[in-house]
Design a protein around this ligand. Structure first.
Ligand SMILES: *Cc1c(COP(=O)(O)O)cnc(C)c1O
Length: 320
């Protein structure tokens, strides 16, 4: 058994989406509510962090260092976890600094994280420097890579897949936002381990399909090795769609705004403007294009991110 701390509110519910399904022509839809994992606004990262924090503790960590975008949900969840466990937290954020913090960044500050802004190019050097300084200061840093998508973090989504199976909601498809690959890799590993018959489709948030397939398969294999599972995965077996990258990371398209509105107006559900909005826009487009069979049952795996809805930069887009 992989060491784990228990902090997420699990199992997260699976709920039907009858009104949204009806408006989309009678398709059978469910949602897995990982926006309700509990800590500090919820989201998918806490499932990975339950394992990564146990690893950090075993290493004697007293300060967590991690990286992400300015509106990173992963950084917000890490900062909250650090607060909860009495650890220091340093966030290295790339992107435009916000004059008055909002959304996730506001929450990072509230959790008492130290925040360093840097350009994406300089990031690796900054990480190195901050790590060494923190070490020299005797604060025992532990570096959590982007999205906590390490083989150990990925176990969080293997466990999540097993949780989903135990909930006995039979579906043919899981559709999920995919970026640093740990979430999809954990689900794919779970499906391989249990010989699940359904399909897992990752909607790429920020990279070409070939790159993401490679990352997911790589993480599946590294994780499997780590926990002595005999399954292996090739990149071409990983289903990824990269048709919804639009103008890039964190820039919502009109289709994404529409998806966010539809989930809100038909189901009272909140998506986010970076990840789940993009994945839902992809899902809606694929449904409308007839990609799925009419009788297919589809589970949309909600990965959280709703605090970003309240980021200043999205206000004019969403408020109209
Ligand atoms: C990080 C994140 C994802 C992507 O998960 P990965 O494991 O990085 O692929 C999806 N949705 C939300 C809301 C996220 O914060």
């Amino acid at each position: 058994m992989m060491p784990r701390i228990r902090i997420a509110h699990l199992p997260t519910p699976i709920e039907p989406l009858p009104r949204l399904g009806a408006v989309l022509g009678g398709i059978k839809l469910w949602v897995k509510r990982d926006d309700l994992t509990g800590l500090a606004g919820g989201g998918n990262k806490i499932r990975k962090l339950e394992y990564v924090l146990a690893e950090a503790q075993a290493n004697g960590a007293r300060t967590l260092i991690t990286v992400g975008a300015v509106q990173s949900n992963h950084c917000r969840q890490t900062a909250a976890l650090a607060a909860r466990y009495g650890l220091g937290c340093i966030l290295i954020l790339s992107g435009e600094k916000e004059v008055s913090p909002s959304g996730n960044l506001l929450l990072d500050r509230l959790f008492g994280a130290d925040i360093i802004f840097c350009g994406a190019e300089a990031r690796d050097q900054v990480i190195q420097k901050v790590f060494e300084e923190t070490w020299s200061a005797g604060k025992r840093p532990f570096l959590i890579p982007l999205g906590a998508s390490t083989p150990i973090g990925t176990v969080g989504y293997l466990t999540a897949f097993e949780e989903f199976l135990a909930q006995e909601v039979d579906v043919d498809w899981i559709v999920v936002a995919s970026s640093s690959a740990g979430t999809q890799a954990g689900l794919v590993l779970g499906a391989l381990k249990t010989r699940w018959k359904g399909k897992i489709l990752g909607i790429s948030i920020d990279q070409p399909a070939a790159d993401l397939q490679q990352r997911v398969a790589g993480l599946v294999n590294e994780t499997a090795e780590r926990i002595d599972l005999k399954v292996r995965c090739r990149p071409e077996e990983v289903m990824v769609n990269d048709e919804y990258l639009g103008k890039g990371y964190g820039i919502p398209s009109p289709q994404e705004i529409e998806a966010i509105r539809l989930f809100a107006r038909y189901e009272g559900l909140l998506l986010d403007p970076v990840y789940t909005g993009r994945a839902a826009a992809g899902l809606l487009d694929l449904i409308r294009k007839g990609f799925f069979k009419p009788q297919d049952r589809i589970l949309f795996w909600h990965t959280g991110g709703t605090p970003a809805l309240f980021a200043e930069r999205y206000r004019s887009l969403l408020g109209g």
